[in-house]
Structures are given as C-alpha cells and as structure tokens.
Design a protein around this ligand. Structure first.
Ligand code: NDP
Length: 334
C-alpha cells in the first residue's frame, strides 16, 4: 500500500519535498472494518492550510501521517454487514492506494454510479458541490433576475455555483484566469458571461469590465479567491448585496491580501458571511440531491483535471494552488 505522508511543514510556499512516498502495510481487518481500494483521490485547496500548524477551524495535518483527504473507491473486503465487496464508496481515505476504514465511524458512504461517474462524488456531487449549494442557497439566497458573481468560476466549487444560480433564474457571471477557462464557463457551463481577470492590472480596471458583464450591478458574490478580484467585485455591489466568503486562495501561501475598499460594506449595507461546509452536515442530503439530479441528467457536465498515478499527487496539488488545474483536481489510481 503506497502512501504519501506529510514529511515537513512548508516554509513559505509548499513544495514537493514536504511530502514523502512510503510503502506501508495494510493491517488485517478487525470486526466492523472494511478495506477500500481507492480509484480517485481528491486534491483540495483546504489541504494547504492544514499543512501549517497555525490556528484554524480544522486541526493541522499531523506530521509523519498519511495526508488526509477525500477518496472514492471500491470495497474489496468487508467485515461489516453494512458494506459488501464491490460497493462503490466515498470516504476520507487519504493519499494512499488502500484504506482500512471503520464502517460505523469512518464516514464511509455508498454511492450509486449508474448515472453519476464515481469521480464526481469528489467534486460536483460531493464536498465542493455542496459548498457551492450552501453558500448560494443559504447565504446569498438570490431571487430570480438577480446577478450572482463567482470567482474561480471554472473550478470545482465555482462551476457548481453558476449552474445552481442559473437554475434559480439568476444572471450568472464568472471570473476566471485565461481565455480557455472563460470560454468553458460561458459555452459549456452556460454562465451569462465570464471575465478573465488576468487581462486587468488592478481592481478599478477589472471593475470596469465587470460593469459591462453586470449591467444591473451585483446582488450576490460567491468569493473563492480574495485580493484584487474581491476588491473589483465590491466596487460593483448593489445595496444590501450578500457576499458568501467561501475561500481566499490568493492568500493560502501566506501572501497578504488586504481589503482595498472596506467602506463599501457600510455604504452598500452588505452582508458578508464566511462559512465552512463541514459544519452544516444536516443540509448535505438536500444539496447532494439537487446536484446529483443536475449531473445525472446531463444538465451539468463538470470538468476534471485528472493526474495519473499516486506519485503525481504532490505536483498536481502544488499546480492547483497556482491555478494550473482546469476543473476539479483529482488523482486517478485505478
Ligand atoms: P478550484 O477547482 O477552483 O481550483 C482553484 C482555482 O483557484 C484555480 O484553478 C484558479 O483558477 C483559482 N485562483 C484564483 N486566484 C488564484 C491565486 N491567486 N492562486 C491560485 N489559484 C487561484 O478549487 P475548489 O473549487 O476546490 O475551491 C475553490 C475555493 O473554495 C477555494 O478557495 C477553497 O479553499 C474554497 N472551499 C471552501 C470550502 C468551505 O467550506 N468554505 C469548501 C471547499 C472549498 P483561475 O485560473 O481561474 O484563477
């Protein structure tokens, strides 16, 4: 069983040598446990925060232990009546080829792959999808006809935000890096517009481009990035607009991302609310149901960046932190 451990904490930017590839044993199953062979690992921005030991909402990833993270795979052996060999499951198996998991406490869930491909349970029909659903429906709460903007729009969370906003009759506008991502957001995801932030040197010039894309101003912002992108959108917010603060990826490697126009929060009487999706587990079934239907019916075709083989995990992860992924970043093992 090959595994990646967190070997050291980053000094500044994370590097491939913070991780160590080892070959470990798979312990024999005890009563109530199952053995899962992982087909895909999920790589997510939150993992960068856990590599540090700074205070955060989640405990740091312990050094010398398998990198924690979401996984999908197949049960190959079971000593629990709840799972059988052959079941497809989603869990938190970490960066390794196999995981021994407690059927009761391991957070393992059976999934149906008849209409939804297995890997999408790590993305659109999984944690990132529910993140989009939660921020949009519980914080932004848009009405039909309102304009919702989302940053990192081609990514796992951002793509779902736009699709869910369109379902609610909103104008959905994305912000993404580069012409290919913007083309995908408009043409394949069905957003009304997408602005390539890389074309603009500062927040005021990006805000001018957003004025064209959002002629009626912006009622809801789903923020994934922070920094210049957030500043620009804030300049276009309508009175009583809502900002769901989901992520601040521009600052995850330690770069300061000061807020340029905090006075807009007062002037426009904005609601600004951060959230952590894992603190709202009671709403996951509702979100997953809508997302599963959208993906299963083909109305939402999420895109993935697939890295091949366990050994590719560190580089794929570091690339995602630099925006090199295009869609949900996963690692394919089988
Ligand atoms: P994505 O698939 O969106 O990948 C990250 C993307 O961020 C990159 O592809 C890149 O796209 C974009 N990006 C923009 N600015 C930067 C920058 N300065 N440095 C690096 N990347 C940048 O990831 P996810 O969909 O998984 O996550 C999106 C956000 O949601 C993250 O901030 C994440 O932390 C957050 N999140 C929050 C949760 C919560 O509970 N609050 C749960 C899950 C995710 P581009 O090329 O378009 O710039």
């Amino acid at each position: 069983n090959r595994q990646f451990l967190l070997d050291s904490r980053p000094q500044g930017e994370a590097r491939a040598d913070n991780f160590k590839l080892v070959t470990g044993d798979t312990p024999a199953l005890k009563e109530g446990e199952v053995l899962v062979r992982h087909h895909y690992l999920s790589l997510d921005p939150y993992m960068r925060g856990r590599m540090d030991d700074a205070k955060s909402y989640a405990a740091p990833q312990p050094l010398g232990q398998v990198m924690q993270g979401g996984t999908v795979g197949e049960v190959v052996e079971s000593r629990s009546p709840r799972f059988q060999a052959g079941d497809k499951v989603v869990g938190m198996g970490g960066w390794q080829e196999y995981a021994v998991v407690s059927a009761e406490q391991g957070g393992l869930r059976k999934v149906d792959t008849t209409h939804v491909p297995l890997s999408h349970y790590l993305g659109a029909v999984g944690m990132p999808g529910v993140t989009a659903w939660y921020g949009l429906t519980q914080i932004i709460q848009p009405k039909a006809g309102q304009t919702v903007v989302v940053s990192a729009a081609s990514g796992a969370v951002g793509s779902a935000v736009g699709v869910l906003a369109k379902q609610r009759g909103c104008r959905a506008v994305g912000i993404a890096g580069g012409p290919d991502k913007c083309r995908y957001v408009e043409q394949e995801l069905g957003f009304d517009a997408c602005v390539d932030y890389r074309q603009y040197a500062d927040a005021p010039s990006l805000a001018r481009a957003l004025k064209e894309a959002c002629p009626g101003g912006i009622d809801g912002l789903f923020e994934n990035v922070g920094g210049m992108v957030l500043d620009a959108v804030m300049l276009r917010m309508n009175d009583f607009g809502r900002i769901a603060v989901c992520g601040m990826i521009a600052g995850y490697e330690g770069k300061p991302i000061p807020l340029a126009y905090p006075q807009v929060i007062l002037r426009s009487r904005l609601l600004v609310q951060g959230f952590i999706v894992s603190e709202h587990m009671e709403l996951w079934p509702q979100g997953l149901q809508e997302l599963g239907q959208l993906v299963g019916s083909g109305k939402f075709r999420p895109r993935e960046s697939v890295a091949q083989g366990l050994e590719s995990a560190p580089d794929a992860f570091l690339g995602m932190l630099k925006g090199r992924n295009f869609g949900k970043q996963v690692v394919k093992l089988v």
